[in-house]
Design a protein around this ligand. Sequence first.
Ligand code: FAD
Length: 461
Amino acid sequence: MLTGRQYLETLKDNRQTFFEGERVRDIATHPVLGTCAERVAKGYDRWYSPEPNAVSPLMTIPHSASELKERIPLTHAADIVSAVTYQSIMTLTTAATRIADTLPEYAHRIRAYVEDAQRRDIRIVECITDAKGDRSRPPGKQDDPDAYTRVVERRDDGVVIRGAKLHITGASLSHDLMVIPTKAMKPGEEAYSIACAVPVSSPGVKIVDTTYAPRHPDPRSFPVSSRIHMPEGFVILDNVFVPYERIFLDGETRQAAIFAHSLGLWERLGGLSAMAEEADQLVGFSQLIAEANGLADVGHVKEKISEMIIHATLVRAALEAAIANCQITPEGAFPNELYTNAGKYHAAANYSAMVRHLHDISGGSILTAPSIADLENEVTGPLVRKYLGTMNGVDGEYRARLFHAIRDLTADAYGGWKAVTNVQAGGGLYAQRIVTRKYYDLKGAREKALEVAGINHKSHA
Ligand SMILES: Cc1cc2nc3c(=O)[nH]c(=O)nc-3n(C[C@H](O)[C@H](O)[C@H](O)COP(=O)(O)OP(=O)(O)OC[C@H]3O[C@@H](n4cnc5c(N)ncnc54)[C@H](O)[C@@H]3O)c2cc1C
């Protein structure tokens, strides 16, 4: 396993990372990206074991519902690059299981890659979302044929790929890009049916980062995002060579969607578990601010918080059901598709309504509460404390800190990131509707309705 220091050394591999118009020569010392690298390094130290064959708990494959459940708090405690590494390992393992009968050679390569990644303790990010061009047209009918990542050249020892993968969380902080087709492919789209693992330092890989990191000098004004921000990478694959041993699909259109579906399952389980946690946090903030404002026993406030509690409980129940009803295979335990997708959809679709309740209950100081530095100023401090305080036992600083956290979590750059991410990550809401419908027992529901209506279903089928 790698220590945090060793991880930081691995980033000095001449990778081409760009940030706000400039090439980043040394990620570890960069004012924004450096703090992200330090966070990932801390994760390495946290799970480090000097045992010769030790594997990070976030790189091992769960084999039962209880092991699946044990991973959830680990992923929440982890930085997002380590969390998506777990999802990438599980995506590949699930895809290998699903293609093993028809494409055993690729399944074998995937398993060998996963074992090697575990041994090297690397970080892997999920590269599925292509540039996509005109959304109404398939890959082969785009004005620019590179709108979807494709094979542009074939060599004796591998292939050359070209394209771009957008919104790739933590790409610059990882070692490998797990590149997979973004959707199902049809005959004629063989060049686009490519799945492979690409080192970030490969010639031709260029990553343009964006961030929601607070750019304020005082991190106390951003108590949430200052601790957890991570860049999103616009990953350009500009004629990148991939050797055959790192290719997991190459031209087999029928199996292209298996990779996207496998990733969707793990990405949505991750999203569902994060939203179960966030739903509890939103309830907690609503209750704390209602108490601090003296309104915790007022009817309309209690009703809103009750609604938030019901939402949080149902999201948690979907997560529990997804795990308890997991599919056990010889390769690992995979969460239940129906509960994962329906739960993720419900959590994401109702997230903004829960935030609305929190904002409604909290009041305008979410946006306007003075900073901690203003509370420390000898002129303004006592006056801000006096007027931001509400009663004995609820002083101005306590309320200011609650408001800062609520603003940062729901109403500032990170809050905006979260609102969009909850809807889009793991494929937009539409993707979850499709998968939910696929796994729901619609035939059984029809039969139940016919029975209730007293209609002989055989004569009306
Ligand atoms: C912060 C953030 C982090 C992300 N992290 C990652 C990551 O790590 N790795 C990764 O691969 N992706 C990542 N994503 C990408 C995410 O999966 C996509 O944003 C999502 O799949 C939607 O794709 P898009 O952004 O290209 O939007 P679009 O495809 O343009 O979709 C916009 C809307 O159009 C609809 N639409 C699109 N095409 C069609 C069509 N043909 N017919 C009908 N409706 C259509 C969609 O359903 C959606 O409602 C991330 C996204 C965000 C916001």
